[in-house]
Write a protein that binds this ligand. Structure first.
Ligand code: GRF
Length: 202
């Protein structure tokens, strides 16, 4: 069986790229990125999709009456392509309940902090301002809350005294590009079980 993946991205799409690369080099077996969707017309993620001949779709939120309407069309597009797994990769919108219910425990997100610390925007800046000595990144399933779903994988990154938001973000991003493909691989291989909010990796 081939797992059909959709990636939702609003920006540069380096995490999308790491998923594509790890499928192409065989690290993630039996999977294919079928569709890349963006809510931002100029998102570089859409260009990356095109470079790899992956279908891409721009959905302008301003053209819809409500989030529900927007997500209805999104769900239709995913269903049409038989999507088994949805990856959020720098997707800057909170998903609505109908979407989350439709793909329960089949939506993953990557966040640039060790959750539950520093949820939401500017996680690296929040970490620096708080003065933590270790931060990192988290891959988690998406639930109805913000950055609150069951945690799949985390990787720690040391904070240095002279770190800026840019330098810390860069080091965290390197780890993101490792653990996101790893989480997808575990999912595709059927190795992830969700028990309440605990993800067991067998
Ligand atoms: C990453 O830092 C990710 O953790 C966060 O948004 C950023 C997206 O970067 N959710 P990219 O678009 O994948 O390069």
């Amino acid at each position: 069986m081939i797992f059909n993946i959709a990636v939702l991205a609003s920006g540069r799409g380096s995490n999308l790229q790491s998923i594509i690369d790890n499928i192409e080099n065989g690290y993630i077996p039996n999977a294919s990125v079928k569709l890349v969707v963006s809510d931002v017309n100029k998102a570089y993620a859409l260009q990356r999709a095109k470079k790899h001949s992956i279908e891409s779709l721009y959905l302008n939120p301003l053209e819809f009456k409500s989030k529900k309407e927007y997500e209805k069309l999104l769900i239709e597009n995913l269903q049409k392509r038989g999507i088994d797994l949805v990856l959020l990769a720098g997707y800057m919108r909170l998903l609505g309940n109908s979407f989350i219910l439709q793909y329960k425990n089949k939506i993953m997100n990557i966040h640039p902090s060790l959750l539950p610390s520093f949820k939401g925007l500017d996680a690296q800046k929040q970490a620096l301002e708080y003065g933590v000595k270790v931060s990192g990144c988290t891959v988690h399933f998406v639930d109805e809350g913000m950055d609150s779903g069951p945690i799949i994988l985390q990787e720690a990154v040391k904070v240095c005294e002279n770190d800026t938001v840019a330098s810390l973000s860069e080091r965290i991003l390197e780890k993101e590009h490792i653990i996101y493909p790893e989480a997808v691989k575990l999912f595709v291989e059927g190795k992830l079980k969700v028990e309440g909010r605990i993800v067991v990796n067998d």
